[in-house]
Design a protein around this ligand. Structure first.
Ligand code: AMP
Ligand code: MG
Length: 482
């Protein structure tokens, strides 16, 4: 179990290649010029059984740069389709990500490793800033208890990449229990490739849902499980104040993990209509719309699944989405408010809290962390000063005070401090790490990585990041290349 291996000893498998050639293109990574290590994730290395010392080796940089291949590696890019901003695009695929093998059922992928046949007009690259965002954010999500793809490491380079200006290329080695997206199913359904669609569903069951094997109507059960995982993920995103920004169906994982980090944001000030994606002019992917978009995306997946199992059964599953989402939300919010269980009036208390925060537009993370230290009939000053005026919060706190009256104060505080992070990686913090990194200083990346790994802990040195976002940096929109 604890045995680790060197990179040269590791043998990978490629279960996806047992599928037909329509599913992928075999393609080798194109290395970046003058690569250098920025950061390696020891926790992920351990999960993969990679010896920690290997992370400092040249071979590790070569692995991330696609110059060293694991034993048994047969690199490939996956084909998929997807609904982008509501419109169906029949051919997408890994245009800049190349799969390099699976270890312990986890698939490794190099993002930014060059062109594939799915690149369309893209250069197959990822810039340093977007790679740093993905690297840090996936670690932050995991440690907040939110399912996500992971990153084993990140390299930078002197490879020039042109976006709005010349930048440098980077590669992250991403890790996930599956790289199959809702859009992968949509691809085969839309092209009338039904035997392949069935083979895909069987592959997903084999790899990720083996308990469904041999069951009656496994495809209906699979859809049901994907639906439950998606409802749970949406509830987790909402409860922590995460806005993904590009919830296209090709960015929805079949195993319900957060995937494809782009112009995402942790809310600065709480605002239902928060939009973090610069190109999302209509707010399709605004914070408040995420649960409904999750359902919309499941409906697109349902259309694909309707070639595998009767649609009536799938519709019945879909009808449970709203209830499932609400139940998960109450579960997470009950913990965050330090309540032992959800009682009859709690859903209203939770909703009123969100409405109050939306009215006042106070910093979501800071509010809940401060509330964690609040005691029955406590002084409200510290909370009230987060908002411009007092009335909405005061009247909510009256109700909250009443609710916590009989709850053990120590237990409540303990529960809240372990469910309300002191630190989330807001965009201004990530930008600070990026600005320094672009000058060759990766110390802020290191600092944010520490925070990402221990978001519920106190860190004296990083106290300033636990304060509301400075006004000039609040609620900024980012582009899709972020
Ligand atoms: P994303 O917005 O990163 O989820 O990407 C959407 C689609 O565009 C995916 O199929 C990507 O592989 C592709 N894509 C994004 N950026 C590039 C790029 N620089 N080169 C090639 N393909 C890209
Ligand atoms: Mg994507």
């Amino acid at each position: 179990m604890h045995e680790t291996k060197t990179l040269k000893e590791i043998q990978v498998s490629n279960p996806y290649l047992s599928l037909d050639s329509e599913f992928y293109e075999r393609v080798k990574p194109t290395p970046l010029v003058k690569p250098h290590l920025i950061h390696a994730n020891k926790t992920v290395a351990k999960q993969l059984g990679i010896d920690e010392k290997e992370l400092e080796s040249d071979t590790f940089v070569k692995l991330l740069n696609g110059e060293f291949h694991f034993k048994g590696a047969e690199p490939f890019a996956m084909s998929y389709a997807g609904h982008q901003f509501g419109y169906f695009v029949p051919q997408l695929g890994d245009g800049r990500a190349i799969n390099i093998g699976s270890i312990n059922k986890l698939g490794l992928q190099l993002k930014g490793a060059g062109q594939t046949k799915y690149s369309r007009n893209g250069d197959g690259r990822a810039v340093l800033r977007s790679s740093i965002r993905e690297y840090l954010m996936s670690e932050a999500m995991i440690n907040l208890g939110i399912p996500s793809t992971l990153c084993l490491g990140i390299i930078g380079s002197e490879h020039g990449i042109y976006r709005e200006k010349t930048e440098t290329g980077a590669i992250v080695c991403r890790v996930s229990d599956s790289w199959v997206r809702f859009g992968t199913f949509e691809y085969f359904a839309a092209h009338g490739l039904y035997p392949e669609l069935k083979a895909l569903a069987d592959h997903v069951i084999e790899e990720n849902f083996p308990h469904l094997k041999g069951k009656a109507d496994p495809y209906n059960l699979l859809f049901n499980e994907v639906l439950a995982k998606t409802a749970r993920l949406m509830a987790q995103w909402m409860s922590v104040g995460f806005n993904h920004g590009v919830m296209n169906t090709d960015n929805m994982s079949i195993t319900g993990v957060t995937i494809d980090y782009g112009p995402f944001a942790f809310l600065d000030d709480f605002h239902y209509q928060n939009i973090c994606n610069h190109t999302d002019t209509k707010g399709r992917y605004a914070y408040i719309n995420q649960p409904a978009v999750g359902k919309w995306n499941l409906q697109a997946l349902m259309s694909a699944f309707s070639y595998l199992t009767p649609i009536e059964g799938l519709r019945q599953c879909l009808n449970f989405y709203d209830l499932g989402y609400v139940r998960y939300t109450h579960y997470y919010m009950t913990k965050k408010l330090g309540l032992e269980r959800t009682t009859k009036n709690d859903p209203q208390l939770i909703e009123e809290m969100f409405n109050m925060l939306n009215t006042l537009q106070v910093d979501y993370t800071v509010f809940l962390r401060t509330l964690s230290h609040f005691e029955y009939k406590d002084n409200r000053e510290e909370l009230l000063k987060l908002g411009l005026y007092h009335e909405p919060m005061n009247s909510w706190l009256d109700k909250y005070d009443e609710r916590i009256k009989d709850i053990n104060a120590t237990e409540r505080k303990e529960q809240m401090l372990s469910n309300n992070p002191k630190y989330v990686l807001k965009n201004y913090m990530l930008q600070e790490a990026i600005d320094a990194a672009e000058k060759g200083d990766f110390s802020v990346v290191d600092d944010l990585f520490k925070i990402a790994q221990t978001p519920f802990d106190e860190h004296e040195a990083f106290e300033r990041w636990a304060k509301p976002t400075p006004k000039a940096f609040k609620n900024q929109k980012l582009s899709c290349s972020s």
